[in-house]
Design a protein around this ligand. Structure first.
Ligand SMILES: [Zn+2]
Length: 135
């Protein structure tokens, strides 16, 4: 028997738990983004435009603006979150989910529970944030 080594990846069972979690979160975000789109469509469908100057504005600018608006929402925090969840699913398929991309330590369950799409352990994350502030 080889000596007991430090755990380097999550078990299949653990990954399954997080997959469920990520999928549920993903669904929630997609619903939310869908609702945002509906709001945009509502704002442009009423062409009398007397309610808010905002909808006039939106109608004038046309589809080009709509595209930008959509991109804006996808670039928003929710969009980022959605991408991080997609990414987490990909990492699960590759069997590297739950591993810090920086130091390759396991990310704590506590952190994964709070941020299922986390790519860095708490140590590397706070280091990265410090580096960003330093710039
Ligand atoms: Zn790390």
């Amino acid at each position: 028997m080889p000596a007991k080594r430090k755990k380097t990846k999550l078990t299949k069972k653990e990954i399954e738990v997080y997959r469920e979690k990520v999928l549920a979160e993903r669904e929630r975000i997609i619903m939310e983004l869908g609702r945002i789109e509906e709001t945009i469509n509502d704002a442009t469908s009423g062409q009398d435009g007397s309610k808010r100057s905002y909808s006039n504005h939106l109608a004038d600018l046309g589809t080009d603006f709509m595209e930008k608006e959509k991109n804006f929402y996808y670039a928003s925090q929710e969009g980022h979150y959605l991408r991080s969840l997609d990414d987490a699913l990909k990492r699960m398929e590759r069997g590297i989910y739950g591993k810090c991309e920086e130091c390759e330590d396991l990310i704590s369950f506590k952190r994964l529970d709070a941020v299922p799409g986390a790519r860095l352990c708490i140590k590397c994350k706070s280091k990265a944030e410090k580096d960003m502030r330093g710039r």
